[in-house]
Design a protein around this ligand. Structure first.
Ligand SMILES: *Cc1c(COP(=O)(O)O)cnc(C)c1O
Length: 387
């Protein structure tokens, strides 16, 4: 009997991952999304959700999705350019352009695909990408896929970015700067006006990833670009429909010329099935709520300010978002603390290498948390410190 040993490396590789304390597994949640969730038969306060405005189980979003399914069915049956385009997509893209104050927008099947498609459309082998070292995986993989030169600059370090632009820009045709605005595993924000200024100085395009900023940052929920008042400085804005918007999918918002170009050149938009009617309708409903219910954003920021203040004597990483992280020395410590929190009724994940350079517990807040939820988190953490 022949035995193919070609796959043996996988088991070895897995055990290396396990030994490093990097092994990861899914957890089954047996309840609707919300401030409280059920895991393994226990009710826990949820600090692990990207559903910042509490819209993923909102009645209005559910109703919009149900109506879309009743009329359009469950599948969109084809790519947007063939048989997949519906009025719903058109309406959602209009609503996103309005939220982001851009000429046009384009929705993708996920934020990950929006980044892959946009970056590969804009950059080729003769071009240069400058990327924050803490960027999201989708920006990193998108950059690699272009075949262009990719140079990382130190996290939010403008001097390093400028030095790398000045040393390298002239050797390449086009240049693209890519950065998260709210960093997904840290919660801090990029110095956007200064980055845009460097882009203007060195004739570089700038793509900002507003995945965790959309609906959260800015008075009207337009993201960090609104927060920093940079709307008219033409950054390319991408984001997701799957976090504060409570649905699934991604978007790019930019000038109509750029969006038109993406419709013709972004492979992850052209060659994939259009966003489903249910996801599209739910996201469209979310854009209306973001506009009509600023109170949700206000509640969220009240929670953020309260928790930051209450944990000011803990080792919190710098943050300006609903993402607050407690830094820890090693992955084992992070896992242990996460388990301790869970035993005390709190669900918050340990985030470990290789996702981040050093381990942490990541708390994300929601508009729909009650003050008691956050007070309980503070109480449990204070006890750990004493113990
Ligand atoms: C979640 C996330 C994405 C991907 O969005 P999905 O819609 O979940 O694919 C992209 N960028 C950042 C910074 C994210 O946090």
């Amino acid at each position: 009997m022949s035995q193919n040993r070609a796959y043996d490396w996988i088991e070895k590789s897995l055990s290396t991952i396990e030994k490093a304390g990097w092994y990861r597994q899914v957890k089954t949640i047996n309840s609707p999304p919300g401030a409280m969730i059920e895991i393994e038969g226990r009710s826990l306060i949820n600090f692990a959700s990207n559903d910042y405005l509490g819209l993923a189980a909102d009645q209005h979003l559910k109703q919009a999705a149900i109506e879309a399914i009743n009329y359009y069915g469950t599948g969109s049956t084809g790519s947007r350019l063939l048989s997949g385009h519906r009025q719903l997509h058109h309406d959602l893209e209009g609503a996103i352009a309005q939220l982001k104050k851009t000429e046009d927008a384009l929705v993708f099947s996920s934020g990950y695909l929006a980044n892959l498609g946009t970056i590969t459309a804009l950059v080729g082998v003769r071009d240069l990408i400058l990327a924050d070292e803490y960027n999201h995986s989708s920006l990193k993989k998108g950059a690699v896929l272009t075949g262009g030169k990719v140079i990382n600059y130190k996290h939010c370090d403008l001097a390093d970015l400028e030095q790398k632009l000045s040393a390298n820009r002239a050797s390449y045709r086009r240049c693209l700067i890519i950065t998260d605005t709210v960093f997904s595993m840290d919660g801090d924000i990029c110095p956007l006006p200064e980055i845009l200024h460097l882009g203007e100085t060195y004739e570089a395009m700038t793509l900002v990833d507003e995945a965790h900023a959309t609906g959260v940052m800015g008075k009207e929920g337009g993201g960090c670009v609104e927060y920093f008042n940079c709307t008219d400085r033409a950054p390319i804005q991408m984001g997701t429909l799957s976090k504060a918007l409570g649905s699934l999918g991604g978007y790019v918002a930019a000038s109509s010329t750029l969006i038109d170009f993406l419709r013709n050149r972004a492979p992850s938009w052209i060659y994939t099935t259009a966003l489903s009617p249910a996801a599209t309708a739910a996201a469209l409903e979310a854009t209306k709520i973001i506009h009509e219910q600023p109170q949700r954003r206000q509640n969220l920021w009240n929670h953020i300010n309260f928790l930051k203040e209450a944990l000011s004597d803990h080792s919190l990483l710098p943050s300006h978002s609903p993402i607050l992280c407690l830094g820890l020395d090693n992955p084992q410590q992070a896992v242990k603390l996460s388990q301790h929190l869970q035993a005390n009724g709190i669900f918050a994940p340990a985030i470990r290498p290789p996702t981040v350079p050093f381990s942490r517990i990541r708390f994300s807040l929601m508009a729909t948390h009650q003050p008691e939820h956050i007070e309980q988190l503070v109480a449990v953490l204070k006890n750990v410190n004493r113990g």
